[in-house]
Structure formats: structure tokens, C-alpha cells
Write a protein that binds this ligand. Structure first.
Ligand code: PRP
Ligand code: URA
Length: 209
């Protein structure tokens, strides 16, 4: 599907299999979410622009390349998106981090915003929105709308697991956004959970259930 990048590297598939397993401990789950975020970040930043620079090696002058263009920010959707932050910062330590707190109303499945703190120069940055789960897509779509209201013009969305419904929702609401996922599951159940999925990502990262 256009603008949807399914990242199916064998390392990602292996780690995702462990995340899905209900017997995986909170400690392992949290560590693997972070590792998955690092691997996904490697792919999602493949199109970063480069500029030529000249450096002096111990042997000779070399024309090499370094990243140029707009600076990056990452925006985790609380809570579960927090689990992906360190994994991204491993590769992009200079990225600034904005936070947006959304929870899904269990009855309506609509996102409810309860927190927001963005870097002051967020409008000048390229942004990657982080959330392990893209279910109905309501949370991701609301977070992206919010960033656009702040003046952000270039947004990527990174989810570990997606349901077709969530991808369709974000594609319809925000056709300009590139979506990076490690797996597309079958469907949502009556409670809006991804099937087969991995359960409640926030609870499994933080051990709250
Ligand atoms: C989960 C998940 C997403 C959202 C996805 O968060 O981390 O943010 O649901 O569902 P959607 O695509 O249907 O909006 P949840 O509301 O459980 O909050 P939490 O991260 O604080 O546990
Ligand atoms: N949020 C989760 O954490 N898991 C799902 O399956 C759906 C929404």
C-alpha cells in the first residue's frame, strides 16, 4: 500500500514473535520494544538527506557524507509510546522529544487528550510519532492533527503492530504521512484490540496488569 512501509527484517519478525507471546516477562517485553524501535528507526530514516563534507583522515582528505536538512523530533503517544523513545535516541541522540498524552475511552474508543509538552521549535522539525499500537487509528490521527496545528509539516508515524482499520484511518485523515509498521495483523476485536496482536502494550511495558 502506498505510503505504508512494512518492515519485515528477520530480526524484527523474531523480536515481534517474542512480544506477542503472553509468557514474555515485563522486563523482556520492555527491552524488546526498545530494540524493535531501534531497528525500525534504521529503516524509517533511510531517506534522510545528506550533504557532502570533507574530512581529514589520518591518511588523506576524504569527501564523505553527513546528515543535513531539518532537525528531528520524536513524539511518543503516552503511555505506550514511551517504550520506544530510548530505542530511537540510541540512533538519533540529538533528537528532541515532545510528549502527547492520549488514552482511549474504553466505551467509545475515542482518544482523550490529557497532556502535551512540545519542544518550542517543533514547527521547524521533522517529526516521528511513536506508538507501538495502531488499532482504530484514532489516537495516531488525533496526535498528527495536533502536530499539524502546531505547524509541523513533515510527519512520519511509527507503529510496531497495526490493524488494517488503523492504517486506513490514518491514510484517509493524513494522506501525507508515511507509516512504518513491523506487522499488519488481521483485524480488531469488539473491544478495539488488535487480533492476534500482543495485548495491551502499555500494560505490558509498565507491568500495570
Ligand atoms: C493504546 C495504544 C495506542 C492506542 C491505540 O493506548 O498505546 O495509543 O491504544 O488505539 P487506537 O488506534 O484505537 O487509538 P491506551 O489508550 O491503551 O493508553 P495507554 O498507552 O496509556 O495504555
Ligand atoms: N491498544 C493496545 O495496547 N493494544 C491493542 O490491541 C489495541 C489498542
Amino acid at each position: 500500500m502506498e505510503h505504508v512501509h512494512l518492515l519485515d527484517h528477520p530480526l524484527l519478525q523474531h523480536k515481534l514473535s517474542i512480544l506477542r507471546d503472553e509468557n514474555t516477562s515485563v522486563k523482556d517485553f520492555r527491552e524488546i520494544v526498545s530494540e524493535v524501535a531501534t531497528l525500525m528507526c534504521y529503516e524509517a530514516t533511510r531517506d534522510l538527506p545528506l550533504k557532502e563534507v570533507e574530512v581529514q583522515t589520518p591518511v588523506a582528505k576524504a569527501v564523505t557524507h553527513q546528515i543535513s536538512g531539518k532537525k528531528l523530533a520524536i513524539v511518543p503517544i503516552l503511555r505506550a509510546g514511551l517504550g520506544m523513545v530510548d530505542g530511537i535516541l540510541t540512533l538519533i541522540p540529538g533528537a528532541k522529544v515532545g510528549h502527547i498524552g492520549l488514552f482511549r475511552d474504553p466505551e467509545t474508543l475515542e482518544p482523550v487528550k490529557y497532556y502535551c509538552k512540545m519542544p518550542t521549535d517543533i514547527a521547524q522539525r521533522d517529526v516521528i510519532v511513536l506508538d507501538p499500537m495502531l488499532a482504530t487509528g484514532g489516537s495516531a490521527s488525533a496526535a498528527i492533527t495536533f502536530l499539524k496545528e502546531y505547524g509541523v509539516t513533515h510527519i512520519k508515524l511509527m507503529n510496531i503492530l497495526a490493524a488494517p482499520e488503523g492504517v486506513a484511518r490514518v491514510r484517509a485523515d493524513h494522506p501525507d504521512v508515511e507509516i512504518y509498521i513491523a506487522a499488519m495483523d488481521e483485524k480488531l476485536n469488539d473491544h478495539g484490540y488488535i487480533v492476534p496482536g500482543l495485548g495491551d502494550a502499555g500494560d505490558r511495558i509498565f507491568g500495570t496488569k
